[in-house]
Design a protein around this ligand. Structure first.
Ligand code: ZN
Length: 292
């Protein structure tokens, strides 16, 4: 693939293992620039977007997935949304958090997120979207999703996600992989995987040395006979528009709109997900009121 950011889906061990790998430095860097994220926030959002893209790649058509982390930590939490076409967007509630590196010399994502809860909402176009939630374990994202997959979806999983942030705040590397054991996997597969994992380098090390998502999966799954099924581009994309914001204003109701029109010459509306700004004049608000 010519584009830097992409995702691959694979199976291994004759279909007993499902695997995903993503390289997402560019889209995470775009998120960093749009939201002016400090490094810890970039890492938290970047790691979560990797998982969202993997989960999104399992969806079809207009289905989408939303991941919310409600946090009492300094970051206050984050929201990420991904669709079935490789689009992802997200924001961190308090992106301007700085903490010393943790005991492993890494960005202190867990310390900035815990305690908190992880919520997954899958909108499959049904009346009631699927929802699952778990308490954050380490708050390092990978561990938390591994716990979520095993508890809420009964799918034992290895989730390895990471980001390297440059001293100037830009994103050097971001990506990760998810390995899931399907019900057909016998204990032998789980045991062999467990033996391999301690010898696998960190995913950021692999990606930073130029490994592609495919070679990452080959390195992690070694002799499990990896079969790559799909490659797809992934990007930061927000479908917001002035029209959507106008529709949103209508849902505020007449009284609220009236007082907004009285207070302000021009409304400035900011999209949480992408920081795009939209402006609605008083005249337009009055016209919306006329149409209600
Ligand atoms: Zn937007």
């Amino acid at each position: 693939m010519s584009k830097q950011d992409y995702l691959v889906r694979a199976t291994a061990a004759e279909g007993a293992v499902r695997a995903f790998a993503v390289r997402s430095a560019e889209l995470t860097d775009e998120a960093q620039r749009r939201h002016q994220l400090y490094p810890i926030a970039s890492a938290a959002l970047g790691r979560t977007m990797v998982v969202a893209l993997c989960m999104g790649s399992m969806l079809k058509g207009k289905e989408h997935i939303t991941i919310q982390i409600h946090s009492e930590g300094l970051l206050r939490g984050l929201v990420v949304s991904a669709d079935s076409a490789g689009n992802v967007r997200g924001y961190v509630r308090n992106p301007k958090v700085h903490l010393p590196l943790n005991s492993k010399g890494k960005l202190a994502v867990g310390e900035a997120l815990r305690p908190g809860t992880l919520h997954v909402i899958r909108d499959m176009g049904l009346r009631e979207p699927y929802q699952g939630s778990v308490e954050l374990q380490t708050g390092e994202i990978g561990d938390d999703f591994a716990y979520y997959f095993s508890l809420s979806e009964q799918t034992p999983s290895v989730v390895s996600v990471g980001a390297l942030i440059n001293p100037n705040g830009s994103v050097r590397t971001c990506g990760g992989y998810i390995i899931q054991l399907l019900p057909t996997a016998d204990n032998g597969v789980a045991d062999r995987l467990e033996e391999r994992l301690p010898h696998i380098p960190a995913v950021t090390t692999m990606l930073d040395s130029g490994k592609t998502p495919e070679t990452v999966l080959h390195q992690v799954l070694g002799d499990f006979n990896v079969e790559i099924w799909e490659q797809r581009e992934v990007q930061y994309f927000c479908p917001c528009s002035l029209d959507r914001f106008r529709q949103g204003l209508i849902t505020l109701g007449r009284d609220e709109l009236k007082s907004l029109a009285e207070e302000q010459e021009t409304l400035e509306l900011v999209c949480h997900f992408c920081q795009e700004k939209y402006y609605v004049s008083r005249d337009e608000v009055l016209r919306l009121l006329d149409d209600m």
